[in-house]
Design a protein around this ligand. Structure first.
Ligand SMILES: [Zn+2]
Length: 244
């Protein structure tokens, strides 16, 4: 990974040494990153005038035009003339997770609590892009942990899922990253993550069966070593949620 918080030491607010196309974050992406970090509300999407002609964007937009040509399309026809710009902005938005600072995300949301039963958050909807085809895969994640002195604010867990899903991903790695992140930050007795997703690269291409769901799981600590814990977790997943 060459940019974002995945590997580099780019500091917040001065993202000058990023990839060729990245100087500053477009407002919408900045907003998404802020939402993941701070959980502010959703606002409408209006690209700023500065963003529209941002430096570096031209190369990306030209590349999209090349792809359109390769398809046999006319990039100048009315419906396509703004497509390169849209595609560029869309990918920035769909990969905003690279820009989330994990420290900010969990900031002030880990609490000392004397509770040692399993915490389960399930049906967390997510949308990601498979890194092999840059096509969406999407579904639900379930995350559970057994606290060891501290808990994390409930609303942060979907944000952690979002931080890892808004990237180019493979489902297996995303599942592991979510589990590893909680294990590292919360130091719980164990973590379990199950992700179920449909991959458009499998559904749309070849002779694949539509509706195929891929399930991945990653278990750590007690979820790995204790059969009862693991069984309890999976029983939570099978249970029909209470009606409200
Ligand atoms: Zn794929």
């Amino acid at each position: 990974m060459k940019h974002g918080y995945g590997a580099s030491e780019v500091s917040h607010g001065s993202r000058v040494k990023l990839g060729a196309m990245d100087r500053t974050l477009p407002d919408r992406v900045r907003q998404l990153v802020d939402e993941m970090e701070h959980e502010v509300g959703e606002d409408g999407f209006e690209p700023s005038p500065a963003e529209a002609g941002s430096e570096g964007g031209a190369a990306v937009e030209n590349a999209v035009r090349e792809i359109l040509l390769e398809m046999g399309e006319d990039p100048q026809r009315e419906g396509l003339v703004n497509t390169p710009s849209r595609v560029r902005r869309m990918y920035r938005e769909l990969t905003a997770g690279y820009w989330v600072d994990p420290d900010r995300l969990v900031n002030n949301a880990i609490f000392d609590v004397d509770y040692s039963e399993m915490v389960v958050v399930k049906d967390i909807a997510f949308y990601s892009l498979c890194e092999h085809h840059m096509l969406p895969f999407f579904g639900q994640a379930a995350v559970a942990y057994i606290p060891s002195g501290s808990v994390i604010g409930l609303s942060k867990i979907p944000r952690i899922v979002e931080m890892y899903s808004r990237r180019l991903q493979v489902q297996e790695r995303m599942t592991k990253q979510i589990a590893d992140f909680l294990m590292e930050r919360l130091k719980p007795k164990g973590v379990g993550v199950v992700v179920e997703a449909s991959h458009l690269c499998a559904v749309m291409r070849g002779v694949r069966k539509p509706g195929t769901i891929m399930t991945t799981s990653h278990v750590l600590g007690l979820f790995r070593t204790a059969d009862r814990t693991r069984a309890e977790f999976f029983s939570h997943l099978a249970r029909t949620p209470p009606t409200i």
